[in-house]
Design a protein around this ligand. Structure first.
Ligand code: BDR
Ligand code: CA
Length: 314
């Protein structure tokens, strides 16, 4: 049985791999993609998303452009070295066949969910601005969202700041609305994504597949490995996380991550820890659990899934 998903992306190198996994997996029906300000300006994220779909021969996947800034605060200075890891435009030819659809992403999300049978998993892998805006504008859509699988958050260590992960940090007010929305939420934070690294050797394997997906993934992960090596070395050299793709793989095979169901909230008002996902592993807050938070991931399974799925063609 296939799972229907909508991917909300700020495409970026790892979003690009997530899009290809979502589009090419036989276990996923990719209903569409919505773009949001994040790794780069939203119009670049949109162009990058279209480039990816063109490259893999799936220009028919609907793409809607969304919010160009965080909900409640001005665009924060990008403290994380996103530029080195992503750049503004992906290293793929400009999109010629895929084109952005009319209609704002927030409205398309609302209309699509309200018209759905309640069977579309929402997979946001960028800042949560579009999702929070949609929830605020049309709370009735919540009843139609079976699950939200978020790439975002960090418990042990941040990447934008000492305590905050980029997607949550860029729009903490939006993230707070989403994690408290009352629907089932799985969160794939840095604690999990840093446990599932893709190596230069894996890139050679991906390129050797001889498919558009394998070639593009190899290119993007190599760029990531270079950027991480220069700015945020991992516990192993010549390897990097591909955060957003792990979230899509967790939809296909939930056993790829190890989760704990705990109360999680987002800090929105603190000088040192704004954007922190506050994880109540010991239930000290007295609040009910709201998030299945992943603290580990299965690296060999992740690499196997990437290789199998990106070896496919449209
Ligand atoms: C997240 O931030 C972005 O740079 C990546 O695309 C990923 O979604 C990781 O912190
Ligand atoms: Ca992303």
């Amino acid at each position: 049985m296939t799972t229907k998903i909508i991917l909300d992306v700020d495409t970026g190198t790892d979003d690009a791999v997530a899009l290809m996994v979502g589009a090419l997996s036989p276990d996923i029906e990719l209903v569409g993609a919505t773009t949001v300000n994040g790794n780069t300006a939203v119009h670049n994220c949109t162009e990058n998303t279209l480039r990816v779909f063109d490259w893999i021969g799936m220009p028919q996947v609907p793409v809607h452009e969304g919010m160009d800034r965080p909900m409640a605060r001005a665009q924060m200075t990008q403290l994380n070295p996103a530029g080195r890891i992503h750049g503004d435009l992906l290293d793929l030819p400009p999109a010629t066949t895929a084109s952005v659809q009319p209609g704002h992403a927030v409205d398309w999300l609302i209309d699509t969910y309200l018209a759905s049978a309640g069977d579309i998993t929402l997979v946001p892998v960028g800042p949560l601005t579009n999702i929070a805006m949609a929830i605020q504008k049309a709370p009735a859509m919540l009843a139609k969202i079976p699950e939200i699988v978020i790439m975002g958050g960090a418990h042990d260590h941040g990447n934008s700041t000492a305590s905050a992960e980029f997607n949550i940090w860029l729009d903490p007010e939006a993230a707070r609305i989403v994690v408290n929305c009352g629907r089932p939420i799985r969160m794939v934070p840095l604690d999990a994504t840093h446990r599932a690294l893709v190596s230069l050797d894996d890139c050679r394997t991906l390129r050797g597949l001889g498919t558009p997906g394998g070639e593009a993934a190899a290119r993007f992960v190599e760029k990531r490995i270079e950027g991480y090596g220069a700015t945020q070395p991992m516990h192993r050299s010549n390897a990097a996380p591909v955060h957003d793709a792990l979230a899509v793989c967790a939809v296909i095979d939930p056993t790829i991550i190890t989760t704990q169901f705990i109360p999680v909230d987002v800090e929105t008002d603190a000088e040192l820890s704004v954007g922190r996902t506050v994880c109540d592993f010991r239930f000290r807050s007295g609040r009910p659990a709201n998030v299945s938070f992943a603290m580990d991931a299965d690296e060999p399974k992740f690499v196997r899934m990437l290789t199998e799925i990106l070896g496919r063609t449209a």
